[in-house]
Design a protein around this ligand. Sequence first.
Ligand code: GLN
Length: 537
Amino acid sequence: MNNTKYVFVTGGVTSSLGKGIIAASLAKLLQQRGFSVTIQKLDPYINIDPGTLNPYEHGECYVTDDGAETDLDLGHYERFLNIPTSQANNVTTGRIYQSVINKERKGEFLGKTVQVIPHITDEIKHRIQILGETGDYDIVITEIGGTVGDIESLPYVESVRQMLWEKGEENAIVIHLTLVPYLAAAGELKTKPTQHSVKMLMQSGVSPDILVCRTEHEISDDIKRKLALFCNVKKEDVIQSIDAETIYDVPNLMLQEGLDEVVLKKFNLSTEKQPELNVWNEFVRKHKNPTSEVEIALIGKYIELQDSYKSITEAFIHAGSSNETKVKVRWVHSESLTPKNAEKKLKGVNGILVAPGFGDRGIEGKIRAVRYARENNIPFFGICLGMQMAVIEFSRNVLNLENASSTEMKKNTQHPVINLMESQENVTEKGGTMRLGAWDCKLEKDSTIYNAYQTENISERHRHRYEFNNDYLEQIENAGMKATGINPKTGLVEVVEIPSHPWFIGVQYHPEYKSTVLKPHPLFVDFIKAALKQSQL
Ligand code: GLN
C-alpha cells in the first residue's frame, strides 16, 4: 500500500510571502528527521513552462537534470534538500490543459463533455499523486502558486479539497501562509487580512490545518489565540514566521516554532528523532561569520530584477561560506558598460562573472567586461552566453578577427565563432526546444577547471541553442585560449580557459543550478578562492 502523506501549501493576503522557502524549510526539517521528502510547485499560469518567459516576469528559469525548464522555487528545493527535482516537480495550468486537450483529441473521454470538474481537477490530482506513487516518498509537499482568491487558482484549490477528502485527515493537510502586517501608526499587528484570506479558502471548502504567519514583529500569544479562534485552527497550529536575516535561517526558525512537529503529529508520524542539522548549521555559521570579503561584478542585462540571477547569487553564498568569505556582488548593467566607462565601473572588483542571456541587448558591454578581466588578470567566470562572449572577445582582440560574433546576434557575420548547433537548424518552435538538461563533459587533466572539480568526467545542465564553432578551434587554441572540456559524444566545446591568466574560465553549461548548501559547486568555490587571492595582491 502506498502510504505517502501530502502537505499542501497555499498562500493568502499577498504574493511574495516566500511559500517556496517555507515549503523547502519544512521539507529540510522532515528530511533531517529521516523522512524522504520532495516538493512540487503548481503554477496557475497558462504558459506550458516558464522557458518562454522573460526573466523580468518571474525571475530566473531553473533547469533540472531531465531538461525541464521550471520555476525558480525548484532551485530552492534542490539547494535546501540536495536531491534533484524533475519535470514532475513543476506543473503549470498550460501543461494540465495541454494534456487534457490531447486526450480529448484522441477520444479518450468517450464522448463525455470535458469540463474543469472533473477532467481538469483529475489531471491536477494525477500530477500531484504521480510523485507519491512513483517516487517512493514518505511526504510530498505541494506548493500552490499564486494567492487564494485568484480566479486562476480555483481548480487547484478544488483539487486540494478533493484530495483532502479522498486521503483523509491523517494523510493530507493544508498549510496556509499569510501575512500579519504591523501598522506603525496604531503600533499593532493586524489579524484581519489573515481572517479574510482563511474565509476565502473556506468558501472553496478548504479549511487550513496550520497557519504560518509572516510578520516583521513577534506575534504574541494573545494574537495567536485570536488567529486560532477566528481561523478555526488550534493555537499550537499558528506558527510565526518572522523576517529572517537570510533564507538559510528559516529551517531553524521553523524548528523553534515547531512547524515540523505539528505536521508530523497530524500525520500520526513519529516525532522522536530530532532533525540532524549539524552540517546545515555549520554552513550558516560560516556564512554569517566570514573572515574575509571579495567583491564580484555580475554583468547582466536583467539586473533590475535580481531574481533573474537567483541560482548564481545563491551559489556565491554557498561558495562564500565554504571559503569563509563574504561575497559582495557589484551589479553591473551590461547595457551601461562602454569602452570609456568600463575601467571606472569595474575598478576594484576581485572577480567578474558574465551572466547567461539571450539576444543582442547589452552584448557589447559584456564583451567589454571580458576584455577588462582578461587584460587586468581579474578572475573571470563566463556562464553560457558569458562563455560565448569570452570566445568572441578573444577572437576579436587577440586573434584580430575584427567582426567575430555569434550568429545569434549577427546572422551573416564574417567570423561566426559562435554559431547555431546543427541539431537546432530545423527547429522553429521556441518552447522546450533548446539543448536542455544534463550532458556529460570530459575535462582536460592539465587545466584550471580540472583543478576545481578534481575529477575528469562531469555532468552539468544546459540551456542554449548556440555553440562554440569548431572551425575556429585550432586558431583559437594556437592563440592561447584552450578548450578544456568537451562533450565526449558530440565533440561540442563545453569549457574554454586561458592558461596564462590567473583564472579565466567560460562554461557553456550552467553550474549554478547544481550548487547546494551541502555541496557548494566546485567551480564557484574555486572562483571565489581565486578572487580571494586576487584581493590579497
Ligand atoms: N543565447 C545563448 C544561446 O542560446 C546563450 C543562452 C544562455 O545563456 N542560457 O546559446
